[in-house]
Write a protein that binds this ligand. Sequence first.
Ligand SMILES: *Cc1c(COP(=O)(O)O)cnc(C)c1O
Length: 461
Amino acid sequence: MSRNYVPEPFRIKMVETIKMLTREEREQRIAEAKYNLFNLRGEDVYIDLLTDSGTNAMSQDQWAGVMKGDEAYAGATSYYKLVEKAQEVFGFNYIQPVHQGRAAEKVLFGLLLEEGKFSISNMHFDTTRAHVELAGARAIDCVVEEAGQPSVRVPFKGNMDVEKLEKLINEHGAENIGVVVMTITNNSAGGQPVSLENIRETSAICKKYGIKMCIDAARYAENAYFIKQREEACKDMSIKEIIKEVFSYADIFTMSAKKDTIVNMGGLLGVKEDQELFQACKGRTISFEGFVTYGGLAGRDLECLAIGIEEGLDENYLRYRIGQMEYLASRLDEAGIAYQSPVGGHGVFVDAKSLFPHIPYNEYPGQALAIELYKEAGIRTCDIGSYMLGNDPDTGEQLKANFEFTRLAIPRRVYTQAHIDVMADALIAIKERANQVQGYKITWEPPILRHFQASLAPLDK
Ligand SMILES: *Cc1c(COP(=O)(O)O)cnc(C)c1O
């Protein structure tokens, strides 16, 4: 299968030089970084696919917005511009800017969750799980079974397993479910989309049991594009119409604006109707983030975010964006390298378990592949598997993830087709020597979100 690369719907006006170290230098740097790619200096990375979060290229209009940002402490023009744009696109009454997605989680979850309560999600993102646990509650993932089968191609692998959701609610008691979180796209399952039908069904169950539904909305625009492409009933809807309907089913949303709204920093918290809840959110925002009209952001950030919300909805842009993933995936298909398929929205999640069948989950195959990609071509990626999942908060034992992925997250509007070819060529080179790659052990770890900071060492062969 050969697939054409969708040409960039923009041209380049400013460039940033990147350097490429020698293989020996890279081997030395990664050893010094204790085999944790978060410890590398950015300047030692050739192609940085650690995340698509806050690594996006802003447009000329957004940079113009930087100059126009209103830095008033209270009541900035940029704040009103942002709130009005978000109200228009998402159809929510109340919008609170915060400094990033996890800040929205911190502000909100303390109001919905406490010890003895549960959050159920199609899949909790790592910071989301952390904030559920920090509130004293427990996080339960409830994604459809196919999400754990990388080679099974179904259109909406990010979906909530709605039957299981209802069972879980009955098992734990509806009064103990503080919130149901719908993550779109489903990041931890490989940027996999959630169908409009599934969002509607999940919302109906939440309403039946009187549980609030929260959208974890980091990639709402990519999710809407997939709905338009893959859901027959929605093919004639505009991206804006799909987004409106998706959000109409939720009571609350938290959003990392560092993703689909194409800015380097920012987040949003939305409450549709519950004025009392929103009032409480404002109070906590003032304590944790800053006054309500800036929420931990500079006025210029608010301004760029307002512009980015609109730019992120452009269908030509979304076609190119998803096209990059599809092009990389088609090259991996040719080479027989397995990944979470069909490919998701913000990156390619390579199936490290199938590439390294000799490395067990507790020797972190996804992390091993991430380290190899850096050594091979200076590409920085991350593990989305048992290494990221961490230990059971009750027993302290290493959890076994459903899958062991290495995520090549593609920043928005940053890399070209030639860069994508470097990624494919590096993976192919590693596949050829896959049986020589060894697993890793953790030599030090903090208690929560350990993958950001842990130290590792290679295991002897
Ligand atoms: C990035 C992300 C978050 C956290 O947002 P930050 O801006 O990194 O704090 C939460 N949920 C999902 C699905 C994300 O992708």
